[in-house]
Ligand binder design. Structure first.
Ligand code: BTN
Length: 382
């Protein structure tokens, strides 16, 4: 008899939200192409799990039976592995057994690239990441319009392109690999494939340019807060837009303006966080949040950075940096320490006295306190 084996499952995340239903025909064929978001088709009085079963029955015209309800099973498809929480069903009389599902292992969407993926499945991988990220996100704007890319030149380029086409505030571009990542002052930003969280957000603050220029500090505060929350209490902001773990850099921020004849239309906030191994050539000055199996889940981290950014950004819009005084002081890891600063060609030394509300670094030198608006703290000599 030519009855296909049919399996259906509902993917529910830890918060109990439905990520997608999965339905597949034929035991060995890829079912990846049949992933579908349920799209709110739950009827009154029905649980999400019952809705999934009904949908599959209706769509495939086959009677299916649940193999387990409220179960957690782990399943490896030829292309990738997912954990299925919820209900797992099979066509009545099919040879699709629960046992084969139990043999598999869980791979977080963030690590799916590490599996041997067929090129054709890249779109599904990106889609799955987007769904997972969406289920972690607790913001109203930032991160709400995501584009996940396997590779691009620079996420800032992609975000700028979207911004110029009218993308709303909150638009997010994330890439696993950047071919030409940029840093400040014409530097390049290097990251090994899959070892960094590389993304750009579109912001559209309606503020005078001198206030808008302090946005990198707001982004730095958001990253510092998210890293501290993720188990790195030593994370600190180094003026004007680096985040350090101890004495090494874990994150860099590059803000670039989207301009028109009318002036600044938007700001692209580009953020690179080292989440796994750092390139060998940077080992003396760069550090990652984790490594190997300890590598943090980039999608969850990204959702938390967006959440902190949105909260801080809202306060900054109405009160500028003055509204973030307490956060600035708590995050500033150089305050009270001897530092060397390069505002342009000059080199100044003194004691860091904090970040002023116009974004200037206060430096106490032998000849008095100077307010430095542009430049950077010299940390590494190479
Ligand atoms: C710096 O430390 O100089 C800033 C580095 C900024 C790197 C990020 S990675 C994502 C975004 N895309 C880029 O090309 N640059 C930023």
């Amino acid at each position: 008899m030519n009855t296909p084996n049919v399996a259906a499952a509902l993917i529910i995340n830890e918060a109990g939200e439905v990520l997608c239903t999965l339905r597949g025909a034929s035991k060995h064929a890829s079912v990846a192409h049949k992933w579908e978001f349920p799209g709110g088709k739950i009827e009154p009085g029905e649980t999400a799990e019952q809705a999934a079963v009904r949908e599959v029955q209706e769509e495939l015209g086959l009677e299916i039976e649940p193999l387990g309800t409220g179960c957690t099973v782990e399943h490896a498809y030829p292309e990738f592995t997912v954990r299925l929480n919820g209900v797992l069903c099979a066509a009545k009389g099919s040879t699709w057994t629960l046992r084969e599902h139990l043999d598999a292992r869980w791979v977080a969407p963030d690590r799916l690239e590490e599996l041997d993926f067929a090129a054709a499945d890249t779109a599904i991988l990106l889609w799955l990441k987007e769904r997972f990220f969406g289920s972690c996100l607790r913001t109203e704007r930032f991160g709400r319009y995501p584009t996940f890319l396997a590779e691009c030149s620079s996420t800032n380029d992609e975000a700028l392109r979207l911004a110029e086409a009218g993308a709303p505030e909150g638009t997010l571009v994330v890439a696993n690999v950047q071919r030409a990542g940029r840093g400040r002052l014409g530097r390049t930003w290097l990251s090994e494939p899959g070892q960094g969280l590389l993304f750009s957000l579109v912001a559209r603050p309606q503020l005078p340019p001198e206030v808008a220029a302090t946005l990198p500090l707001v982004a730095g505060l958001a990253v510092t807060a998210a890293l501290r929350e993720a188990g790195a209490p030593e994370a600190g902001l180094k003026w004007p837009n680096d985040v350090l773990l101890g004495e090494r850099k874990v994150c860099g921020i590059l803000c670039e303006a989207q301009t028109s004849a009318r002036g600044i239309e938007g700001i692209i906030v580009g953020i690179g966080v080292n989440t796994g191994a750092v390139p060998e050539s940077l080992a003396h000055r760069a550090i990652a949040l984790g490594s190997g199996a300890q590598r943090p889940d980039r999608l969850r981290l990204l959702a938390r950075i967006c959440a902190h950014f949105e909260a801080l950004y809202g306060r900054w819009l109405t009160g500028g940096l003055a509204a973030l005084r307490a956060e600035l002081d708590a995050a500033d890891c150089k305050r009270g320490n001897p530092i060397t600063v390069k505002p342009g060609r000059e080199v100044l030394t003194g004691i860091a006295r904090g970040i002023r509300e116009d974004g200037a670094l206060l430096l106490e030198t032998a000849s008095g306190t100077e307010a430095i608006l542009c430049g950077e703290i010299v940390q590494w000599h190479d």
